[in-house]
Every structure is written in C-alpha cells, then in structure tokens.
Design a protein around this ligand. Structure first.
Ligand code: ACO
Length: 354
C-alpha cells in the first residue's frame, strides 16, 4: 500500500529576538501577564524589507530539500500554508517557486488559507496526491511574517503578544513501507468565523455584519464601507489588524484538540497510549498543558516551544516537529500525532509513523 513519508524536514526562524519586556516598552503589558496566560517568553521577528513570509519559507525549504536528498527541480508540487502572505495575490506558492529557483513549470503551486490548521490541512492534501500516485516530491510549507501586520499599540495587546514569525517545511514522498502518514482528519465550523479573524482589507463590504462584534463592524453605512477593500474608517479605527475573542477561542480549542487527536488515532487503529510524541499547534502553553493532561501524556511526550517562538500559526507544527526531530525526540517507528485548531474555526489532526 502506498503511503506518504516525510523525506526531509526543516525550519527557519529569524535572528531578531523580541522579549515580553521589549513589548512592554511599546504597549501596556507585562512579562508576568504574558508568561502567566500564554507561557510565551520571547518570539522572533523577521527583518523588515529583507525577509518575508516567502523568503523564510525558502530558508526552511532548502533544509528540507537537502535532507530529502533531492534536487529542487524534482519538486513536482508546492503547498504553501500562511495567513500572512507577501501579496493578497498571487499566492506565496509561486513566489516560493521563484525564490527557490525552481524552473520546472510542471510543478503546481497551491496556497492554503487555513491559518493555524493550514499545515495539517496541507499534509492531508499532499497525502491524497501522493497516495493516488499523482506527485512524487511535494514541498509542503507553513510560514508567517506576523510582525508586519500586528497592532503594536495597547489596543492590540491581547493578539500582538502571542504571535511570532517563522517557517517550517517538509518534502513528502511515496513509500511502500509501513511508515509515514497513517491517518488525517479535517474539520471546520464557519459559525464562529469572525471570532478570530483579520477581515480588512476584504470584499465583504459589511455583508457579514450580523456576525461581527462592534470592534470589527462599527455599524458603518453602505457609503462608509465604500466600494473598496479598505477605507479610511477602517484605518482610523484600527480595524486593519487581527481580532480575537480570546476566551471563546480558548474554550473551543481545549475541546477540539483532544477530539481530533482521538478521532485520528482511531482511524489509524491506535489508542492514546500508542502516542510517542504529540506536536500540538503552539497556540498557548496552557492549551497544550490541558491537552497533555486529557491525553495522559508525560512532559517528554509533548513538544512545546511557544516559550521561545510564540504562536507562528501555519509554521508552528512543522517548526515544533523539526525541533523534536533534531533533538532526537522523534525516532524511527515512533507514533507522532499532529493537531491544530484555529481561525475559521478549522481544526485538524494527523498520525504519522516516523
Ligand atoms: N497584557 C496585559 N493585559 C492584557 C493583555 C496583555 N497583553 N491582553 C489582554 N489583557 C487584559 C484585557 O484587557 C483584560 O483586562 P480587563 O479584565 O481589565 O478587561 C484582561 O487582560 C483579560 O483579557 P482576556 O482577553 O480575557 O485574557 P485571557 O485570559 O483570555 O488571555 C489569551 C488572552 C492569552 C489570548 C487567551 O484567551 C488565549 O490564548 N486564547 C486562545 C488563543 C488561541 O488558541 N488562538 C488560536 C490560534 S491563533 C490563530 O488561529 C490565528
């Protein structure tokens, strides 16, 4: 039976370290508040004008491609997950193709806009393409340059302190061995789309206003919405930044993480006792600790790096998995479980035999 194996993995985080104390200099927050609520101590920010979501993805991809032992022109499909693309369009997939110097135009490029679950969604998409024999070397990337789009005033503190920049990548190949992706699960519930959202610029023109909070809508008239993606009201009112109803998201996350992990294990014919390593999306250390307790896992069975990188959204799962691999915490034959929950809401799980 054809399966999808991880032939190579890599990650990249920018050099610049931004501590909680650094953020406390520009907004009303404290190291104590951030650490207590999220576990985050510091995060990385890309070098503005020198690094982008795409360039960081390229650095992570180069490592993954090298470890896979292939040439970049053997890549026959690119899947790029991000919520902070370089451009509104075209997507980062083609920009990455250019940045890596991939001249093979038979390589398709697909962008995934699923925020925190984007990488795990991408893994599931790649798995289908590989198992049907359509592609042989898929480059799957999650990358985020959040620092370009955050509100660094006190108004944005509940969101801004959480996020960091970085990228993770995998090369995925077919294998006849009993290893690789054993099962994936994908979920969505659009009911709460605006609870964690970045709605402007966009083509909504207030259409979804009934679902928006005041901070997102401000009750504009049609004329005030105008006929463009963005207008001066949105800029003046700070409605050009991510919005999150944190406690609501938190409550959903602690419910959905365990559900999707158990569901995916069951599909793979496994139980929670079979997990060797859980790689949760790094949303909040408190969420990961809750999930760890629910799964009955030891500290060394859950990889957490949010303390030093913050929440890197689509990049968080591959960065954490790559770190665990490089540290020797993931070994041949291990059952590795990936799980993510975020904006949409969308959530997803994957079980891999390493
Ligand atoms: N520093 C100091 N005070 C703050 C900060 C800050 N950075 N942020 C908020 N506060 C204040 C608030 O103003 C509020 O003050 P008030 O009581 O005087 O009104 C108080 O702290 C509590 O605010 P909450 O937002 O209720 O804080 P909470 O305990 O919920 O923690 C947090 C916020 C960390 C964001 C948490 O809700 C959380 O982690 N939620 C889940 C995040 C998540 O999983 N996101 C999904 C992935 S992200 C993605 O998909 C893109």
């Amino acid at each position: 039976m054809l399966r999808t194996k991880i032939a190579g993995i890599g990650y990249y985080v920018p050099e610049k370290v931004v501590t909680n104390h650094d953020l406390a200099k520009v907004m009303d927050t404290t190291d104590e508040w951030i650490q207590e609520r999220t576990g985050i101590v510091e995060r990385r920010y890309g070098k503005k004008h020198k690094e982008t979501t795409t360039s960081m993805a390229a650095r992570a991809s180069e490592v993954a491609i090298k470890r896979a032992g292939i040439s970049k022109d053997e890549i026959d499909f690119i899947i790029f997950a991000t919520l902070s693309p370089d451009y509104y369009f075209p997507g980062c997939g083609v920009l990455l193709q250019r940045e890596l110097g991939i001249t093979n135009t038979a390589a398709g490029a697909l962008d995934i806009r699923n925020q925190c679950s984007g990488f795990v969604y991408g893994l599931s998409v790649a798995d289908q393409f590989i198992r049907t024999g359509m592609y042989k070397n898929i480059l799957l990337v999650g990358s985020e340059m959040h620092s370009m789009g955050l509100d660094f005033s006190t108004r944005g503190r509940n969101v801004t302190v959480i996020f960091g920049d970085g990228a993770g990548a995998m090369v995925l190949q077919p294998t006849q061995e009993d290893k690789g992706v054993l099962a994936t699960s994908l979920h969505s519930d659009g009911t709460y789309a605006e609870k964690l959202a970045f709605i402007n610029p966009g083509a909504h023109g207030g259409y979804h206003a009934a679902h928006m909070d005041e901070a997102q809508d401000f009750g504009y008239s049609d004329a005030e919405y105008g006929e463009m993606f963005i207008n001066e009201h949105m800029i003046e009112n700070g409605q050009i930044f991510p919005y999150m109803e944190g406690q609501f998201v938190f409550k959903m996350a602690v419910q959905k993480f365990p559900e999707v992990i158990l569901e995916t294990l069951e599909k793979a014919g496994l139980k929670k006792e079979d997990i060797d390593m859980l790689i949760p999306h790094q949303a909040n250390l408190r969420i990961s600790q809750f999930v760890q307790r629910r799964m009955g896992l030891r500290d060394d069975q859950v990889w957490n790096n949010i303390q030093k990188f913050g929440n890197t959204t689509a990049a968080s799962v591959p960065i954490a998995l790559c770190e665990a691999y490089e540290a020797g915490a993931v070994k041949d034959g291990d059952i590795v479980c990936l799980a993510a929950f975020g904006s949409g809401f969308t959530w997803a799980g994957a079980v891999i035999r390493w």
